[in-house]
Design a protein around this ligand. Structure first.
Ligand code: SAH
Length: 551
């Protein structure tokens, strides 16, 4: 049913685009040729990009992309990849398309791997077939990697099932673009009016004409209709009306391209599945996602940033991984091995972080031992996250310091050490930041601090630096060493919010010259994300009030 050809009512009255594909594509025999991959980028949310697409993006020498491609996908390109924005390079129209074809063919003939990244699916109103034909016509190998089309994903993201037993047994997807209203009017409305669900792409400018044409062709003006802007992205907004009023409602709400419009009884289901509310024009941010669209840099080591990234993404943020440090175990195990051999001589073993738990238990495992080795000692931990890392290894800490603070743990240990003479084993890191042994000594406890992990500073990847210099909303620091390393990069982040997981990280960041605006009260990933969200909420509220006063 999809028809972007300009035909009127099924008859050949308008100009018709010819398929330029040669009948028999030439076979490539040249091993020096590169390959062109026509890759579907999905509807907008980077999480809806395919695994195969990710793999190709990371390998590509050249990436040729359209306007609607998310920045986050491009950030995953190799640092030295050539990135071509065809809108900027080639402009619009027929000539633009032939320039794009030339770029693809020319780069592949130089032996380069080219990813042609196209919104949604490459073969849904994307002129993908023309590009495929241009490559094959020039004997350049070309492979299509399907993507999730906005025609299906955008209604789903707004809670609209485009099929539904009873009310939506068939659907049509149409393109209603055209520089003149005649082109949009060139669809076969008689046939379309009989199809239960009609999905309209590229139709923002012509929405009123399309809606009126459907009504004239016999579709009831009261049929529910929804218009969804930037579906699946943090800026998704939508409006529900009827076929007779949808164009006016979209104008009133200021909805702008790209939009997908759905016409049919299925629109009644909108929002019921709890996806996104439809009916009012409400940005997702207000509903579920306090960090919607915020670009947030994670400076923590890759091995421990997974959960933080998940939390940020769930809050709507776009994350940029820029690990400043890497954790290595164990640096020099001699002292640790001696301590493990003498665990019976310690009254307490105190863990200050998840890294100290991991480092200690890795070594224990290497020595062929397990949690039972700790049976002569009592176990203390700073904070619930360290306690839960111990729990996973079968150890329930007798003492968990809350809030997260070395001095609180020192006081607690002193209070719980029978005669003040028992020794404490303290597995820690190699930086001055591992302050627990000093704190315990200050409390006059006998302490052996043994290094179980080492912090190595890293040079961030080019792609991460590029993403940061494109502009970010926040930089998250979870350790003093990561904060110091980030500060040394000397990147201008004056307009970004620096958020730290706790006071020691905050003071290290400040000392290194970073303008810390947020320090989490709860020194966990959850606490950090909540504090950042609260900060942005307050800033937005203040800006809103300012506007109201100014009126
Ligand atoms: N090949 C693409 C469609 C290209 S045509 C696909 O399969 O999705 C471009 C049109 O797609 C836009 O005008 C708009 O109608 C629709 N579109 C693409 N992404 C969209 C999004 N995130 N939200 C709303 N509409 C979108």
């Amino acid at each position: 049913m999809a028809d972007g050809s300009g035909r009127k009512n099924g008859r050949d009255s308008g100009p018709r685009r010819q398929c330029v594909c040669p009948k028999r594509p030439q076979r490539s025999t040249n091993p020096e040729l590169g390959t062109v991959y026509l890759v579907g980028a999905g509807p907008g949310d980077p999480d809806l990009f395919t695994v195969r697409g990710h793999r190709l993006l990371a390998q590509a020498d050249v990436i040729v992309h359209d306007r609607l491609i998310s920045r986050e996908l491009l950030d995953r390109a190799r640092g030295d990849a050539e990135i071509i924005d065809v809108r900027k390079t080639c402009g619009h129209g027929e000539r633009a398309q032939s320039k794009i074809n030339t770029i693809l063919v020319e780069r592949a003939k130089r032996g380069l791997t080219v990813v042609r990244l196209k919104g949604g699916d490459p073969f849904v109103f994307g002129r993908g077939w023309e590009e495929w034909c241009a490559c094959r016509g020039a004997a350049v190998p070309c492979t299509v990697v399907p993507g999730i089309t906005s025609a299906l994903a955008v209604p789903a993201a707004a809670g609209i099932p485009i099929t539904h037993r009873g009310t939506g047994r068939a659907f049509a997807v149409v393109a209603a673009q055209g520089s003149t209203s005649d082109e949009a009017a060139g669809l076969d409305y008689g046939a379309l009016a009989k199809i239960t669900t009609v999905v309209i792409l590229m139709g923002r400018a012509n929405l009123a004409i399309v809606a009126q044409s459907l009504i004239k062709a016999g579709r009831n003006a009261c049929t529910p209709a929804a218009c969804i802007e930037r579906g699946t992205t943090p800026r998704q907004r939508s409006v529900v009306a009827t076929l007779g009023t949808i164009a006016e409602a979209a104008d009133r709400e200021g909805l702008r391209a790209p939009v997908v419009t759905v016409v049919g009884e299925v629109v009644h289901c909108a929002g019921e599945c709890g996806n996104q509310l439809v009916g009012r024009s409400v940005p997702n941010a207000e509903l579920h996602e306090p960090l919607a669209g915020r670009r947030v840099v994670i400076t923590r080591s890759t091995s421990s940033s997974h959960q933080l990234r998940e939390r940020l993404t769930a809050a709507g943020a776009i994350t940029i991984d820029a690990p400043m440090i890497r954790i290595e175990y164990p640096p020099n195990p001699d002292r640790l091995d001696a301590a493990i051999a003498n665990l019976g001589s310690y009254q307490w073993i105190a863990f200050a972080s998840v890294h100290s738990v991991r480092g200690f238990f890795e070594r224990l495992a290497t020595l062929g031992q397990d949690a039972r080795a700790l049976s002569p000692c009592k176990v203390a931990a700073i904070g619930p996250i360290t306690a839960s890392a111990l729990n996973k290894r079968g150890i329930r800490a007798e003492l968990v310091a809350r809030p997260y603070s070395t001095s609180v743990l020192a006081d607690d240990l002193l209070a719980n050490t029978a005669d003040g003479t028992g020794r404490v084993l303290c597995p820690c890191g190699d930086t001055a930041d591992s302050g627990l042994p000093q704190e315990l000594r200050r409390a006059r406890l006998g302490v052996d601090g043994v290094v179980v992990y080492r912090t190595v500073t890293l040079k961030p990847e080019e792609s991460a630096l590029r993403a940061i210099s494109d502009g970010v909303d926040a930089v998250l620091c979870c350790s003093p060493s990561a904060a110091r390393r980030f500060a040394r990069l000397g990147i201008d982040i004056a307009s970004a919010t620096v958020a730290c997981i706790g006071p020691s990280t905050a003071s290290a960041a400040r000392a290194a010259g970073m303008p810390v605006a947020v320090t989490a009260d709860e020194h966990t990933d959850r606490g950090l994300v909540a504090a950042l969200a609260q900060h942005f909420r307050s800033a937005e509220e203040a800006a809103r009030l300012h506007v109201e006063y100014a009126r």
